[in-house]
Design a protein around this ligand. Structure first.
Ligand code: NAP
Length: 342
C-alpha cells in the first residue's frame, strides 16, 4: 500500500499585508499548502505579489473581512494551522474606539469562531504586538527588562490617550479576549508579540514599520513620529527582522510544547544609536539630522528592554541579531518600493 503524506495546510489572514506576505512565502517554501485572505481580491495592485508566490506552491487567495461574521469560515476550513495576521493598523484613526479597538477585538473572535467551526485546526497563532506589552508609565528610570508577564497599562492609555493609544489598547484587549475564547472552546492558541519589524517582504506596498525604520534615511516625518514615539513611550526602539518573525511564527505553530505569549524581539536600541549606524552604513542618504534636532528627548541607551528569552529557551534561534543583520535587505526593499531614491 502506498501511503502519501497529506500536505499540511495553513491559513494566513491578510496576505496582501507586509508581514503576512513574508509568512505566506515562507510557508510555501517549507512545503505547506497555503490559503490566504484579502479584503479585495480584485485589487491587482495590492495582490500582485500573491500571484507570483503561486509559483512556489499551492496558494489559494480568498476574500474575507474581519468585520463580517463567518467571513473566514471557508478560508480556515480544512486547515491545520491558522495565522491571524490581519488587523486594523490605522494608528492615526480619528475614532480609535470604533475604528481600531472594537474591530480588532471582534475581528479576532470572528476568525476564532470560524476555527472552532472548521474542526481541523490544530493551533491558532495570533500576531499581537509589543504595543500590548511595553506601555508602562510605572517604570521610571533605567534598567528594566520586560517579558511575557508584562501588559501595557490600559487604564493609563484610555485616560491619557497618548499617541497610538488605541492601537496599544486593541492589542491588549484582543489578546485577552482571544485567550478567554480559546480556553472556553478548547482551541490551542499561541500569541506572538513582535516589535518593529524590518526587512524585505514580497508585498509591493507597505504602510507600517518599513516606512518608520527607514524614516531617518527617507526623511518621512510620519515614519519618524512613530519611531521616536515608540522610544518615548516604551523606553527603547526594539527591532526584529521579518525573516526571524516568520520563522518564529512557524516555530510556535509546529512546536507542540509552545504555549501562551511570546515576545519576538532580537535587538533593543535607540533612535540615536540607529542614526549613527545608518549614517555610517549608508552615507549616500545623509541621515536626516533635522528630525533628530527637533526632538530633545532622545535616549542615549535603552531605558526598558524587551526580552525574547522564553522563545530562545524553547529552542528558537534568531538569525538577525545586529543592526547590520537586521537592516541587511531593507534598504534595497525601500528602494524597490519607492520609499528611498536609488
Ligand atoms: N509591522 C510591524 O512592525 C508590526 C509589529 C508588531 C505587530 N504587528 C502586527 O502584525 C500584523 C500585520 O502588520 P503589518 O505590518 O504587516 O501591517 P499591514 O501590511 O498594514 O497589514 C495589515 C493587514 O490587515 C488587513 N486588515 C485590516 N483591517 C482588516 C479587516 N477589517 N478585514 C480584513 N483584513 C483587514 C489589511 O488588509 P487591507 O490591505 O485590505 O487593509 C492588511 O492585509 C498586524 O496585526 C500588526 O498589528 C506589526
Amino acid at each position: 500500500m502506498v501511503v502519501t503524506d497529506r500536505m499540511k495546510t495553513a491559513c494566513v489572514t491578510g496576505g496582501n499585508g507586509y508581514i503576512a506576505s513574508a509568512l505566506v512565502k515562507m510557508l510555501l517554501e517549507r512545503g505547506y499548502a497555503v490559503k490566504t485572505t484579502v479584503r479585495n481580491p480584485d485589487d491587482t495592485e495590492k495582490n500582485s505579489h500573491l500571484k507570483d508566490l503561486q509559483a512556489l506552491g499551492p496558494l489559494t487567495v480568498l476574500r474575507a473581512d474581519l468585520d463580517e461574521e463567518g467571513s473566514f469560515n471557508h478560508a480556515v476550513a480544512g486547515c491545520d494551522y491558522v495565522f491571524l495576521v490581519a488587523a486594523p493598523v490605522n494608528l492615526a484613526a480619528e475614532d480609535q474606539e470604533k475604528e481600531l479597538i472594537e474591530p480588532a477585538v471582534q475581528g479576532t473572535l470572528n476568525v476564532l469562531r470560524s476555527c472552532v467551526k472548521a474542526g481541523t485546526v490544530k493551533r491558532v497563532i495570533l500576531t499581537s504586538s509589543a504595543a500590548g506589552v511595553y506601555i508602562r508609565p510605572d517604570l521610571q528610570g533605567e534598567g528594566h527588562v520586560l517579558d511575557e508577564e508584562s501588559w501595557s497599562d490600559v487604564e493609563y492609555l484610555t485616560a491619557e490617550k497618548p499617541p497610538t493609544w488605541g492601537y496599544c489598547v486593541s492589542k491588549v484587549l484582543l489578546e485577552k479576549e482571544a485567550c478567554r475564547f480559546a480556553q472556553e472552546h478548547g482551541v490551542s492558541l499561541v500569541t506572538l508579540c513582535p516589535v518593529i519589524t524590518v526587512g524585505a517582504a514580497p508585498a509591493r506596498k507597505v504602510r507600517t514599520s518599513v516606512i518608520d525604520c527607514l524614516s531617518l534615511l527617507s526623511g518621512s516625518e510620519a515614519g519618524f513620529w512613530v519611531l521616536s514615539g515608540i522610544e518615548k513611550t516604551s523606553g527603547a526602539v526594539q527591532l526584529v527582522h521579518v525573516g526571524d518573525l516568520c520563522r518564529a511564527e512557524l516555530f510556535v505553530a509546529e512546536e507542540e510544547a509552545a504555549a501562551g505569549r511570546y515576545v519576538c524581539c532580537s535587538l533593543n536600541t535607540t533612535v540615536l544609536e540607529l542614526a549613527r549606524f545608518l549614517a555610517h552604513k549608508y552615507p549616500q542618504y545623509k541621515v536626516k539630522t533635522n528630525l533628530l534636532s527637533e526632538n530633545d528627548q532622545l535616549l542615549e541607551k535603552p531605558r526598558v528592554c524587551l526580552s525574547s528569552a522564553k522563545l530562545v529557551r524553547d529552542g528558537f534561534e534568531f538569525k538577525h541579531n545586529t543592526l547590520d543583520e537586521i537592516y541587511d535587505d531593507v534598504v534595497e526593499y525601500g528602494k524597490a518600493l519607492g520609499i528611498l531614491r536609488d
